[in-house]
Design a binder for this molecule. Sequence first.
Ligand code: TXA
Ligand code: MG
Length: 351
Amino acid sequence: MNTKIFEIYDLDEKSRAELDIAGDAVKDGKLVIFPTETVYGLGADATNPTAVKNIYVAKGRPSDNPLIIHISEPHEAERYAYTSTLYYMLAEKFMPGPLTVILNAKDTVPPITRGGLDTVAVRCPSSIVARELIKRAGVAVAAPSANLSGTPSPTSSEHVIKDMVGRVDVIIASAECEIGLESTIVKIESEDSVTLLRPGAITVDQLCEVENEVAIADAVTDNLGEGDRPLSPGMKYRHYAPKAELVLVDADREDFIKTVLSDTAEDVAVISYSEYIAEFLSADKKIDVYDFGSSDDEIVQARNLFSILRKTDEKSYTRIYAPLPKKDGMGLALYNRMIRAAAHKIIRLRR
Ligand code: TXA
Ligand code: MG
């Protein structure tokens, strides 16, 4: 397949003309990769079963894993789902933005888009390029993250170009994604409770400001037991896994550094808080160091994580160490992604 690549950073005349072409491509049932504030998405007309099937093929993804449909304004959800007062309260506060809401689906959404469920995931991204594309498509755009299944979600145009050229019709290359982790997903259970299915940049504390009953699905922080059925089908896959063994270390600075440096394997790397880097670089043992960001800056860590994991995949490390994130604020999203990437390998040294 011949992939058109458009570089779109603002809405000048050239970009608008290219967005017209990309919008027409969606209308024609083609695949279009587009930037969002979270990660890049691999989009197609959410109401066209053939187009949606091609998304699964391009990603190499099992088709029982439902997709998020992207809309350009919160009220467009009406066409595809049964909304409620609570939906509009969440929308008022967090849309456009990195929040996905699971609602009961209308028949306009074909079963393949929702993985056979009777619910559908709806999200209105804040990325202007994404919203302009959706407007031009004139329909909701179904899109998973634009990575090959099993690799980290793409947060830069280099990532999508590397994974997806030849597999899709159009790639809209744009700036690096501001957030770098996928959207927060909540399911509206009733008019007075929501369940968090996937943590993201919209935190539990923020959700509590709208609805004080926020349950956290077990799979957000735990291992799923054999045969357990997760609320969100995506949670059962070992996502975001780097090639090397990733080990998370729950320790203070001194113990963290000691643990990493005492690994006798030859090819070891560390994803290190910025403040620790000098110590790793001056140590006798030679290890590769990736800057995770300052220890108290989870926004920057979130932006860096997937990009670092991709970089480590270009090398052949035996083991990669990283700090275990805290479970509050944006830390919960990091924790959720990192325990999966590490397949739950955690060294606990905190007393
Ligand atoms: O930030 C994001 O959400 C990105 C960008 C592109 O918008 N998209 C994204 O899509 O992360 P994806 O397909 O990689 O992850 C969507 C997750 C999956 O884990 C899927 O199982 C879950 O949402 N999901 C989708 N529809 C659902 C539904 N009806 N009920 C429960 N979970 C659902
Ligand atoms: Mg994904």
